[in-house]
Design a protein around this ligand. Sequence first.
Ligand SMILES: CC(=O)N[C@H]1[C@@H](OP(=O)(O)OP(=O)(O)OC[C@H]2O[C@@H](n3ccc(=O)[nH]c3=O)[C@H](O)[C@@H]2O)O[C@H](CO)[C@@H](O)[C@@H]1O
Ligand SMILES: C=C(OP(=O)(O)O)C(=O)O
Length: 435
Amino acid sequence: MSNLIVHGGRPLRGEVIPSANKNAVLPILCATLLTDQPLRLIGVPEITDVKKILDIFRVFGSDVAMDFSTGILELHHHLTSFDPAVHRLPEEMRSSIMLVPPLLARFGVARLENDVKGCTLGVREIDPHVEVFERFGASIEATADSLIVRTETQMRANSHWLDYASVTTTENFVLCAASAGGNSVLVNAASEPHVQEFCRFMAMLGVEIDGIGTSRLSIEGGKKLGGGEFRFSEDFHEIATFLALGAITGGQIRVKNTAPEQFPLIDRTFAKFGVRVIHQDGWSYTEVDGQLKVNKPFTPNILTKIEAAPWPYLPVDLLPIFIALGVKAEGSVMFWNKIYDGAMGWTGELSKFGAHVFLSDPHRLITFGGIRLSPASVESPYIIRVAIALFMVAASIEGKSEIRNALPIKRAHPKFVENLRSVGASVEWTDSETE
Ligand SMILES: CC(=O)N[C@H]1[C@@H](OP(=O)(O)OP(=O)(O)OC[C@H]2O[C@@H](n3ccc(=O)[nH]c3=O)[C@H](O)[C@@H]2O)O[C@H](CO)[C@@H](O)[C@@H]1O
Ligand SMILES: C=C(OP(=O)(O)O)C(=O)O
C-alpha cells in the first residue's frame, strides 16, 4: 500500500509543464504493433501502465529503447512473436484490450485476461469490443480466466453503429479497420481529444481516416503501414488538475496548454465555482475573487448542475476534481455522472474531512460546500482521479492528512509529487512501491 501524506493549507503557486495523456499514449503504444517499421515517440510519460506495455513488448521480442529522462521511445516490432499459451497481456489496465487487434493482424490470435478492468468505476463492458472483433470476422472462445480471439484470414471491412460512444471500443474499431481490406465506417464513435490524438497517430502510420473528431469515422484499411516520429500533446486532465489545485488552495498554478480550444466547457465548469480560467500565450491559469463560491442559476428552484458524458460533454474523468471544488465552494452543486454506475461510492470518504455530500443515486451526488473542513486519513478506491480529488481536498485544509492507497495516481501522472513540491506543496509518499 502506498499513501500520500500532505500538510495542507498552503496556497500552491508556480508553473507546471503537463505530461502526455495516458489515454492517448496507451492506445498509440498498442497501435505501434501494427507496423514492422521503426518508430520514435516523443513525450512518453513515466507511468505504470506505459511500463507494463513496454515490458510485454520486450517479452514479445520487440526492440524497446525507452529513455524516461528525455521521454523518447525508440520502438521496432520486427522480431516480435506471440504465444497465447505463454504470454499474458497486462492486467489491471483497460488498455490491454487494444493489443487484441494488432495481435490478430500479426498472429491471427490474441488472449485477453478477464481482469482488464482498469479503474473500479462500476461495470466496464467487454461485449462492445467482442462485437467489434466479431464484425471484423474474429471468433471468440471464453475460457475460465480469459477470452481467446482468433482470425483465420485477413479481417473483413465492415460498418458498425455503436450502442454508445465508447472510447476504447472506437479505438479498437479503428485498429481492426486499419488491417482489414477496404472501407470501414463507425457511427456513434467517441471523439475525445485522446481519441483524436490516437487517430492522428494512425494517419501518420498511413491509415486514411475521415471524420476525426466527429461521431462518424470512415477508415480505408489493408495497406502496409509505415513508421515515423510522433510527439504527444499535453494531457487536458493534468492541465485541469493543476489549475484546480491552484484554485482550491487559494493559490494560482500556471500550466502549459497549447490546445485551449479543448477547454470552453471545462472553463465554464470552473466558472460555476467562481473560478475564471485564463488562457494566454500557450499557458493557462486561474483567478478567484475571494473564496470559492457556487454561482446560482437564474432559473428558480434548481441546483447548479455539472453533467459528465462522452465528448463533447464534460469528460467523466474530470468529475472527481470538480467534486473536490464542490465540497470547498460555498453553495450546492449536483454532479451527474452519465457514464459509470459505480463511480460515486467513494464520496462517503469526504465526510471524514467533515464535508457534507449526499449521494442521491449511483449517478448523482449533491455537494453542500463551504463547511469548515478538518484534516483526515481517507482511503482511495482504485480510481486515479479519485485519489487526486481526495488529495485536492486534503491540500486545501490546514494540517496533516493522509490519502491511503493513492498509488493509482502513478498510472496516469508522472512526477505528481515532484510537480506538487515545485509549486509549494508539502507532500510525500509513504511505503512507496517501486513501480
Ligand atoms: C484507457 C481509456 O481510454 N480509458 C478511458 C475510457 O475507458 P473505456 O473505453 O473503458 O470507457 P467506455 O467509453 O467504454 O465507457 C465505460 C463504461 O461506461 C458505460 N457507458 C459509457 C458511455 C455511455 O454513453 N454509456 C455507458 O453506459 C459502459 O458501461 C462502458 O463499459 O473512457 C472512459 C470514459 O470516458 C474513461 O473514464 C477512461 O479513462
Ligand atoms: C479510468 C481511467 O483509466 P482506465 O480506463 O485505464 O482505468 C482514467 O484514466 O481515469
